[in-house]
Design a protein around this ligand. Structure first.
Ligand SMILES: [Zn+2]
Length: 198
């Protein structure tokens, strides 16, 4: 399951098949509405332009942190401080939920006492901070396809995933490309020595 921080980062979308079309999904109120609804974040702030600006600023911060962490570098103290400023929004209260149909049966959710843009951004920032604390920062990666650079969390057992996921993801695309290149080479190859007539 992806987390809101990953989805926010990848909202800066570009077509990985070429250097072609790109799209900042934050510019679409419809996308922003779907994103917030999916993560059960405050739907009342969707329409506001300030929401999209706020999400964009958080995205820039997360991008800087992810690039640094994915390279195995130490995050810049200023960036950590800015992240902490997002986390400081509140107040929140804890709510225990019983969800037998989900991955885990019990969920402890932090819910804002009053929903607003600050608490919405805090929720996304916390989803990232939790991965650093409870997950493995070394699993945060960028797709190695230079046309893609999609951010993902490598959940493979061997931690060796290099491409973004999915049937339409880069791993599959590059597999097809490599296959075609091999086929082309085969076709273009001169006949082998044993069959050549000198
Ligand atoms: Zn990719």
């Amino acid at each position: 399951m992806d987390e809101p921080w990953i989805e926010l980062l990848n909202s800066d979308w570009h077509d990985f098949r070429s250097q072609g079309p790109a799209e900042d999904r934050l510019e679409s109120p419809q996308w922003v509405g779907g994103f917030l609804a999916q993560w059960k974040l405050s739907p009342r702030v969707v329409a506001a332009k300030s929401t999209r600006i706020g999400l964009g600023e958080l995205r820039s911060l997360l991008k800087r942190l992810v690039l640094t962490i994915a390279e195995g570098q130490r995050p810049h103290p200023d960036d950590l401080e800015t992240l902490n400023a997002y986390l400081a929004a509140g107040p929140f209260h804890c709510r225990l939920q019983y969800m037998p149909e989900a991955d885990r049966v019990y969920y402890l959710r932090m819910e804002p006492v009053r929903e607003n843009l600050r608490t919405t951004l805090a929720h996304i920032a916390r989803s990232f901070a939790e991965v650093l604390v409870a997950g493995d920062p070394a699993r945060i990666k960028l797709c190695e396809n230079p046309d893609c650079r999609w951010v993902f969390y490598d959940r493979s057992r061997s931690r060796t995933r290099r491409w973004c996921e999915g049937a339409s993801g880069c791993g599959n695309l590059l597999k097809v490309r490599r296959f075609r290149e091999r086929q082309k080479k085969k076709r273009g190859k001169p006949p082998s020595r044993s069959t050549r007539r000198d």
